[in-house]
Write a protein that binds this ligand. Structure first.
Ligand SMILES: [Zn+2]
Length: 56
């Protein structure tokens, strides 16, 4: 076991689908847009770039 891979998780923005469903006010899906958070991969590399505003 010598896999050197960063931990990947399903993108929670698109739930691992790689795209976002753009809905109108009635809830109907208008179109599908590539998720910008995972760049369409559906997975994101778990890195320490989570910005949490602590000082407010
Ligand atoms: Zn995504």
């Amino acid at each position: 076991m010598s896999n050197i891979t960063k931990e990947q998780k399903n993108c929670h923005h698109c739930e691992g689908k790689g795209y976002l469903e753009i809905r109108d006010c009635t809830g109907e899906v208008q179109r599908e847009e590539t998720c910008v958070f995972c760049e369409g991969n559906g997975q994101i590399v778990d890195e320490e770039d989570i910005i949490t505003p602590e000082n407010s």
